[in-house]
Ligand binder design. Structure first.
Ligand code: ADE
Length: 224
């Protein structure tokens, strides 16, 4: 999978890709991630990328020309399955959407800043608008990083244990059950006996029951 991230602040977003799963995915070639500094696509000599809003009002608006130029340049080399704009008024992200994005081959992510982008970018250049939650970040970079992380870990072969992503919270609309590791007794705080029993079917039943209970208690909305 190839992901092209268009941003005014590439330095803000690069370091999460240099550790852990994202690093492993890029080093092994399973994810090919590229950063594009929007300022390099500015069309005037001042390298201007934003301007005042028509009609007045506070804040600056990201101009359409640099964004259009950058996307056009990328599209010359390959076609894109999705061109995502990260914005707080986009469609709220969930595991189902992430699963879908993880099946795609080429994705562009556009990070907004200031008041956001000229509406014509959204109307004519973008195919998907994604919000990571009902709160406002200072830009789309952190949201794009989160989206990348969620997508890339689902690419086959990226996680060490293939079954691990399938048992994540939300994969079946349930929260994950509690997990434990050694020691079995720490300061008198004990691991549930069933997990030490070696009986796989008992353990599965226990996990399903705990998943359901966790979900009923914390996220009853998931059970509908
Ligand atoms: N940019 C600013 N806030 C955001 C959010 N909540 N989701 C996605 N992009 C954003």
């Amino acid at each position: 999978m190839r992901i092209d991230i268009i941003t005014l602040f590439p330095d803000l977003i690069k370091s999460p890709f240099e550790s852990s799963i994202l690093k492993r995915a890029t080093n092994s070639g399973k994810a090919d991630i590229h950063f594009h500094n929007l300022r390099n696509y500015a069309t005037n000599k001042h390298k201007q990328v934003d301007d005042y809003p028509f009609g007045g009002g506070a804040g600056m608006v990201m101009m359409i020309q640099p964004i259009d130029r950058c996307i056009k340049m990328l599209k010359k080399s390959r076609s894109y399955d999705s061109i995502i704009y990260l914005t707080p008024d986009g469609e709220k992200l969930n595991q189902k959407k992430i699963n879908h994005f993880s099946t795609l081959e080429n994705i562009i992510m556009l990070c907004g800043h200031y008041k956001g982008v000229d509406q014509r970018v959204r109307d004519h250049l973008i195919t998907d608008e994604v919000s990571i939650g009902d709160f406002v970040l200072s830009g789309g970079e952190l949201a794009a990083t989160i989206l990348c992380d969620c997508i890339v870990r689902l690419i086959p072969g990226v996680l060490g244990d293939e079954s691990s992503a399938l048992t994540d919270s939300f994969q079946d609309d349930l929260l994950a059950p509690p997990i434990y590791t050694r020691p079995a007794n720490y300061k008198g705080w004990e691991v549930p006996d069933v997990l030490l029993s070696g009986n796989a079917s008992l353990i599965n039943n226990w996990r399903e029951e705990k998943s359901l209970k966790n979900t009923q208690k914390r996220r009853p909305d998931l059970l509908k």
